[in-house]
Design a protein around this ligand. Sequence first.
Ligand SMILES: C[S@@+](CC[C@H](N)C(=O)[O-])C[C@H]1O[C@@H](n2cnc3c(N)ncnc32)[C@H](O)[C@@H]1O
Length: 278
Amino acid sequence: MAYSGPFQPGDRVQLTDPKRRHATIVLQPGGEYHTHKGIIRHDDIIGADEGTVVRSEQGYEYLCFRHLMVDHVLSMPRGAAVIYPKDSAQILVEGDIFPGARVLEAGAGSGALSMALLRAVGEKGTVISYEIREDHLEFAEANVDEYFGGRPANWEPHLGDLREVTRETIGGPVDRVILDMLEPWECLETVKDLLIPGGVFMTYVATVPQLMKVMEGIRELKCFTEPRAWESLVRDWRVEGLATRPEHRMNAHTAFLVMARRLADGVTPPRPQRRARK
Ligand SMILES: C[S@@+](CC[C@H](N)C(=O)[O-])C[C@H]1O[C@@H](n2cnc3c(N)ncnc32)[C@H](O)[C@@H]1O
């Protein structure tokens, strides 16, 4: 799939009309897109630069851009709730997903996080995704394949329960583990076994009881650093002269993020020191 340059056949293009309504088409030579304002010919878009304006037969104007990954994630079919872009962004940086990394994720769900991970690890990296539900794995595979225009060579999706995965099953340890599931504490022993010393573990949980349970589970295993928990809040702003102000509506809560690093084997974690109460 091309990410830049003039439009080519096979590109997924987002058309935006003057009322800011979107439609997505996949370019095919000779193809046509029928709108209530007349036909748009794909050949009028193929070869043009991104950001071009195409006119329907009735002269209605549509702005043309390639589908970004966020557009795909927010519009693709879902089996399970996706990790939203604001949280995937946190995971990529706070989870230190580097080019060439071997990353394990579970569950694959709808494949939203898989896509972000696959781009970040690059061609020399690997993303191993476990999903316990066959119907969800099918969504993940279809969404990832559609976005990349085929199965990425650096992706290993598996149907299965992460709790049963061993180093032998996946051919060695991993640099990073990311969990997005209802009961991540049930997979902590597996994470402990699969993660290299210094490796980063992150999990994404929606509720306070889940957060408390997974934090306690991490501490009890005594093979991780003191876990850190946080959430990210993103508030859009309307910037229009004297009416400039934050938007009225926002997604105030998606989930909490938790991060800890794997200690070397046999090391006892130093006890966190808390400030004495006055
Ligand atoms: C919220 S969804 C994940 C969404 C995904 N991160 C995304 O961005 O599209 C949680 C998924 O975890 C899967 N799951 C739960 N427990 C699991 C386990 N032990 N092993 C593998 N997958 C599991 C569920 O079937 C579900 O599809």
